[in-house]
Write a protein that binds this ligand. Structure first.
Ligand code: C5P
Length: 222
């Protein structure tokens, strides 16, 4: 692993959850901590890349030499990602983007009524990583696949459907790794092969992933 191997490269990473407003005080979200995306941004900057981190709401500190753009909703993250990804070399989607958002955002706080049940209609959010992969001058585009079963099959389906260059698949049925924990274990899936990286800290894993990706995007074959 050669330090500085991403020198002169521009890397854009999404991280954390998104929040989808219901009314001025309520939202839909998930338990993503943002740790994996932040660790990747730190490793990319250490490897010499100009690094932009597009982050949903998290409790984490911005890593050194990383430019952080804060966003709230999936639509905000989409807008920031598409403009930052234009002309970048590597895009890594580590964010846990909400798949759906409320069809309407109430302007005033919703009041409790006499109904015992109410219905919230949701509409689909745009797929950020698939949109980046569809850019005319696309960067090397990497997505995550958090799966609780059929890891390889679902991960490979995501690679093909979203037209990605690489999927980093992790098994979220194991609470020791993945979502909101400090460790992760992943399987890398590309168009030719799979490679397992067993359990280690998200920081160690991020350094190895960045070293591998640096090799892929700077090797003459790509
Ligand atoms: O389809 P699924 O949500 O499982 O795919 C996960 C991958 O796609 C992650 O890399 C995630 O960051 C990305 N994604 C995205 N925009 C969405 C949904 C997922 O970039 N709206």
């Amino acid at each position: 692993f050669v330090r500085g191997s991403l020198a002169g490269k521009k890397v854009v990473i999404t991280a954390g959850p998104t929040r989808e407003a219901i009314d001025p005080v309520r939202y839909l979200s998930n338990h993503s901590s943002g740790k994996m995306g932040y660790a990747l941004a730190e490793a990319a900057a250490e490897a010499g890349a100009t690094t932009i981190l597009i982050s949903g709401p998290t409790q984490l500190k911005t890593p050194a030499r990383v430019t952080r753009i804060d966003v709230i909703s999936a639509q905000d993250m989409y807008d920031a990602s598409l403009s930052a990804a234009e002309g970048c070399d590597l895009f890594i989607a580590a964010a846990a983007v909400a798949d759906y958002r409320p069809a309407q955002v109430a302007e005033q706080k919703l009041k409790k009524g006499s109904e015992d049940s109410i219905t919230l209609t949701l509409i689909k959010n745009p797929d950020i990583v698939a949109s980046v992969a569809a850019l005319p001058r696309r960067p090397f585009t990497v997505g995550f696949a958090a799966e609780s079963e059929n890891l390889l099959e679902y991960g490979r389906a995501k690679l093909v459907r979203k037209q990605l260059d690489l999927v980093i698949a992790n098994n979220i049925s194991d609470s020791e790794i993945g979502f909101n924990s400090d460790d992760n274990a992943v399987t890398l899936i590309d168009h030719g092969s799979t490679q397992e990286l067993n359990q280690r800290s998200k920081h160690q894993l991020a350094r190895e992933l960045i070293a591998l990706l640096a090799h892929k995007i700077t090797a003459p074959a790509h």
